[in-house]
Every structure is written in C-alpha cells, then in structure tokens.
Design a protein around this ligand. Structure first.
Ligand SMILES: Nc1ncnc2c1ncn2[C@@H]1O[C@H](COP(=O)(O)OP(=O)(O)OP(=O)(O)O)[C@@H](O)[C@H]1O
Ligand SMILES: [Mg+2]
Length: 326
C-alpha cells in the first residue's frame, strides 16, 4: 500500500559553512494531495528545507523519503515542481517564453512543451499578456508566470516558496484559487509562508518552524482547536454568582462566559444550573492560526517572530508536538 505521506523525513540537519545551524533535527510528514503550509518567521529555515528537498543544497544529515524515494534521488525531481522565493526570470523574455523555456529545462518533449505552455498560460490567467515581456508585469503577474513554470512537468508535489510575497489582495485570491485547483487534481502543494492569514484560508495541514526546529505540526482543524468553551446565558447574573464565577476563573463579557477547558466547562454548567440561569448556547472555542503560531513561538527568544501581530504579554505555554493524524 502506498504511504499517505508524499514527504516523510526525520532528523534533517543543515549547518552552513559559516557555522549557522539553519536546521536542527527537522522531522516532517506531508500528507498526499493536500495543501501543506510551512509557517515560520524570517530565518526559521523554511527555504533551506525546500532547497534540501530539491537537492539545491546538501543536508548535513537527512533521513527519509520524498515520493517513496530517498531525499536526494534526482530522478524523483521529474515529478516535483518548484517556485523559488524572490525568483527573477530574464526581463526581456515574454511570459510565454519563460514557461516554454522552463518546459525545455524540465525535459518536457518539444512536441508537448508548446501545448503545455498554452494550457498553463490559461490556467494562471495570463493568456492575454503572454506576448508581453516580463519587465512589463506586476509582481502578481510575475508570480503567476512563476507558478506556471513550476507546473510544466505535471508535478505530483509543487513547492512554492512565499508565492504571494508582495502580491496584492486580488492576486493573492487568484493564487489561492489556483492552489485549490491543483490540490483538487490530487497534487500536493507545499507552501512556505509567514503570511498566516493567507495559509489559514487554504491549508489542510501545517507545521510551524522556528529557529530550525518544527515546534507544531498537524491538520489545520487540530491546530486551531482550543481546549476552551464559551457559554452564552440569559439575563443578568447575581452578584453572588459573579463572585463564584470569578473564583472559578470564568471570564465574563457581554453575557458570554468563557472557560479554558472541558473540566471547568462542566463545573460552570453545574454552577449555572444550581443558580437557575438559562444557558442559551455553548460552543468549543477556536483560535486563529496566528494565535496558535504565537503560542508556539513564545519563549523562543527575541526576534522569533516579527510578523503581522501586535499581540503582547501572553503567558508562556508549553509547546506541544501534534503529529499529523493519518
Ligand atoms: N547560503 C547560506 N549561507 C549561510 N547561511 C545561510 C545561507 N542561507 C540561509 N542561511 C541562514 O540560515 C538560516 C535559515 O535561512 P532560510 O532562508 O532557510 O530561512 P527562511 O525561514 O526561509 O526565512 P525567510 O522567511 O526570511 O525566507 C538563516 O539564519 C539564514 O541567515
Ligand atoms: Mg525563505
């Protein structure tokens, strides 16, 4: 039976020649046919990991497989696509020429390359501008051509390193739609990003990397699941009851009572019933991917994340390693 994971690696280490320990024992499982997000602050080691999987750089140590073959197996790369970060194509080439040229580099037979190029121009919505040189394109248009060139070999896995970096909201939306379509065709889309909101909208599963280590990994629904519950209640609460709830560490705001775990939720229900308060609704809380990410990188030292959040002074929480559920 084939593995549910297209990438299953462990203990990947990379120390650059200057002595920078970019990866410090990374283990990762990427499920087949999903959009997988590798999140991490600048310098976390995300691009280093992709470059190792693409055999652009050599790992100091690496165990595991990609598409069933040991990492570094060159022939496997024929089934892999790649959009590098900060990619720059020759400015004088047209969009069509960039894709066609990439097809040649990927070894796509000439008789298919032309047809494939036209299909991909259509797929990324660049047919109308296909004859224009790259220098006339916006960042979003360049990234669309970049995505197209990563698909010339009909890859099973496509690595996209910061595909929406510098792209405007419309361009990002179009990129998301394209990625969903790729996953619906059964391809695995591996996206590196520090744009958490972006990934939250598209990823099926994700891992968080900081300072060369994976600190969290799992399906998105697992990762953003919180242990807490919120109950909404009818009417005002007596002073006596409010004091009790305070002692139980229940947060009370606008008729909503929030507790941090299942056990406290049970106690809260009992207390409310004893006080004859009507419970209108109860739901399990979710946290945003950003909250999850910040919880995971807290305590990692200064500069662990300088992203979009303004969240401050949260108490330290233990980092949990949630494995992907097969
Ligand atoms: N060629 C290199 N030589 C030496 N150090 C390097 C090299 N490439 C990357 N590094 C260092 O390795 C660490 C990881 O870098 P990497 O580019 O993999 O991070 P990243 O998570 O992709 O960051 P970003 O979000 O900024 O793209 C950083 O400290 C970086 O400075
Ligand atoms: Mg990078």
């Amino acid at each position: 039976m084939s593995s549910p994971y297209v990438i299953d690696i462990s203990n990947v280490r990379k120390t650059y020649s200057g002595g920078v320990e970019a990866l410090r024992g990374v283990s990762l499982k990427v499920p087949r046919g999903e959009i997988f997000g590798l999140l991490g602050p600048n310098g976390a080691g995300k691009s280093t990991l992709i470059k190792i999987l693409m055999t652009i750089i050599r790992a100091s140590s690496c165990q595991g497989v990609m598409l069933g073959q040991p990492v570094g197996h060159k022939a496997t790369l024929a089934k892999v696509g790649y959009l590098p970060e900060h990619v720059r194509f020759p400015e004088y080439l047209t969009g069509r020429q960039v894709i066609h040229y990439s097809a040649g580099l990927a070894g796509v037979p000439t008789r298919y390359a032309k047809k494939k190029t036209e299909e991909l121009l259509e797929f990324v919505g660049m047919k109308t501008w296909a004859k224009k040189p790259m220098k006339t394109f916006s960042k979003g248009m360049k990234q669309r051509i970049g995505l197209a060139q990563a698909l010339v070999n009909d890859p099973d896995i496509v690595f996209l390193d910061e595909p929406t970096d510098g792209v405007d909201p419309k361009g990002r939306k179009e990129m998301r739609e394209a990625l969903r379509e790729l996953a619906s065709e059964g391809r695995t889309v591996f996206v590196n990003s520090h744009l958490l909101g972006e990934l939250e909208m598209i990823c099926d599963s994700a891992a968080v990397m900081t300072q060369g280590e994976i600190v969290l990994q799992g399906s998105l629904s697992e990762l953003i699941q919180s242990d807490g519950y919120t109950l909404s209640v009818e009417g005002d609460l007596s002073v006596d009851l409010q004091t009790k709830l305070e002692r139980m560490q229940v947060k009370h705001e606008n008729g909503e009572l929030t507790v941090e775990n299942k056990h406290l939720a049970q106690q809260l229900i009992d207390t409310l019933r004893a006080s004859e308060v009507n419970i209108l609704s109860m739901y399990k809380n979710k946290q945003s991917l950003e909250d999850m990410f910040l919880d995971a990188v807290e305590g990692m030292g200064p500069g662990a994340y300088q992203g979009e959040s303004k969240k401050e002074n949260k108490p330290n929480k233990e980092v949990v390693n949630k494995e992907v559920v097969s």
